[in-house]
Write a protein that binds this ligand. Structure first.
Ligand code: DC
Length: 225
């Protein structure tokens, strides 16, 4: 039997990683894993339980009490935090504003990366995040690094959030994205960076269909092996 295929998709916040990852997984009948949702769910737990992120003992204790599970239905992310469905709540601003410092904690990353590696051990998967091609699956067969103009990214996110009746402004979203880009690329633990062998995909001006065709062409050679 040939080895399972891993497609790693990394890149900046809100540049369409998950849209592409879901479409690709659906087309190929691979499992889709949204690694950002895991950091978001941990952040939600920390917020609810007032975990002091500067207190290593509190962080370690909290991590022991966090049980995450993915239920993949229709290639949408359904994540439970200790059996509670939190897929919508993890997208709201309180989590978005606090997730970067939480995801920069070494112990949090260690735990999440171990769980992610287990998920990709024996199944064909598409996983998106910030360190998938560099730290989680450095031997992934296909690595994509996505980027797009920050104003276009903020506008896309704004539209998405408006659909959920959120009253957040475009400026707030732009600020949040700029802030997360900065923290994600400058943090000490597994900063966001392009793996040497990752293919850059700038989607500022290309449609989701074109992105899917581009990615499929990169995966197809491995399907035949
Ligand atoms: O992809 P997202 O915006 O849902 O990710 C939320 C945050 O989690 C983001 O600010 C960076 C962090 N993250 C990470 O550090 N490593 C990953 N593999 C995925 C996300």
């Amino acid at each position: 039997m040939s080895k399972n295929i891993v497609v790693a998709i990394d890149g900046y916040s809100s540049c369409g990683k998950s849209t592409l990852a879901k479409a690709l997984a659906k087309k190929l009948h691979f499992i889709y894993v949204d690694s950002g949702a895991m950091y978001r769910a941990v952040t939600l737990y920390f917020l609810r339980n007032k975990v002091d992120i500067n207190n290593p003992e509190q962080v370690a204790e909290a991590l022991k009490n966090i049980h995450l599970n993915f239920h993949s239905r229709d290639y949408q992310t359904h994540i439970t935090l200790n059996d509670e469905e939190v897929s919508d709540e993890i997208r709201l601003m309180p989590v978005s504003q606090n997730v970067s410092p939480v995801s920069a904690i070494r112990e949090v990353r260690k735990e999440m990366v171990a769980q992610q590696q287990r998920m990709g051990k024996s199944k064909n998967i598409v996983m998106d995040g910030r360190d998938i091609g560099t730290a989680v699956f450095p031997h992934a067969q296909v690595k994509l690094f996505m980027t797009a103009d920050p104003h276009v990214r903020a506008q896309r996110r704004y539209k998405e959030l408006q659909a959920t009746n959120s009253d957040v402004t475009l400026e707030e979203i732009f600020e949040n994205l700029a802030h997360r880009d900065y923290s994600d690329t400058t943090r000490k633990e597994s900063p966001l960076m392009r793996a040497e062998d990752a293919i850059i995909l700038d989607n500022t001006n290309i449609t989701p269909e074109e992105q899917l065709a581009f990615a499929l062409a990169k995966v197809e050679p491995f399907l035949k092996k």
